[in-house]
Design a protein around this ligand. Sequence first.
Ligand SMILES: Nc1ncnc2c1ncn2[C@@H]1O[C@H](COP(=O)(O)OP(=O)(O)O)[C@@H](O)[C@H]1O
Ligand SMILES: O=C(O)C1=C[C@@H](OP(=O)(O)O)[C@@H](O)[C@H](O)C1
Ligand SMILES: [Mg+2]
Length: 204
Amino acid sequence: DNAMVFAFQKAEDVLPYLNDRCVYLVGMMGSGKTTVGKIIAEVLGYSFFDSDKLVEQSVGIPSVAEIFQVHSEAFFRDNESEVLRDLSSMHRLIVATGGGAVIRPINWSYMRKGLTIWLDVPLDALARRIAAVGTASRPLLHQESGDPYAKAYAKLTALFEQRMDSYANADARVSLENIALKQGHNDVNVLTPSAIAIEVFEYF
Ligand SMILES: Nc1ncnc2c1ncn2[C@@H]1O[C@H](COP(=O)(O)OP(=O)(O)O)[C@@H](O)[C@H]1O
Ligand SMILES: O=C(O)C1=C[C@@H](OP(=O)(O)O)[C@@H](O)[C@H](O)C1
Ligand SMILES: [Mg+2]
């Protein structure tokens, strides 16, 4: 599509500014860190890593949900910090972090070696996305019953309240609400992952 062609062009312009540093995407569950991160890596020719996937591989359990079940959230967080530490010694990586990685200050000491970008997406859009795909892979949002949108929205609101100051530690905030408004829309859902990737390049 057109946005991808433009993203490849734009990537060429911004690569010198990035100068081999790693980019860490932070933001709430469902904000698009994994989806947008893969596109950014593709157009830059950088390697993509998802910290959730790396934790699964290092623990030897195939899903974050099972790691929470078999062990605990604290065990997951310890492994998440180890993964971020190991990545921080490398170059030319795009890293999609888990939504909760921002809460541990030690993780910032690793991520600060690169560029940190906060994908800020309105909570109602997050809840809509998560209700659409289900909560099976996101244990903090998992629920047995009730309206999936309403439950996700309530839990996301509580988590955001705890975490917003931590997200604000990022070098740049990419606000989907602002991008949509700038483009004359009042719904962030019109923004495709490649269009968002292009906006991220503004901060390199
Ligand atoms: N720009 C977008 N527009 C619509 N849906 C999106 C967009 N970005 C991501 N999604 C969808 O939202 C869900 C969460 O995206 P994901 O990349 O896994 O987020 P994160 O890694 O931040 O939790 C996925 O189902 C994905 O397909
Ligand atoms: O916000 C969180 O605390 C979490 C987010 C998840 O990653 P995504 O943000 O990629 O969904 C995953 O690390 C885990 O379920 C916990
Ligand atoms: Mg993810």
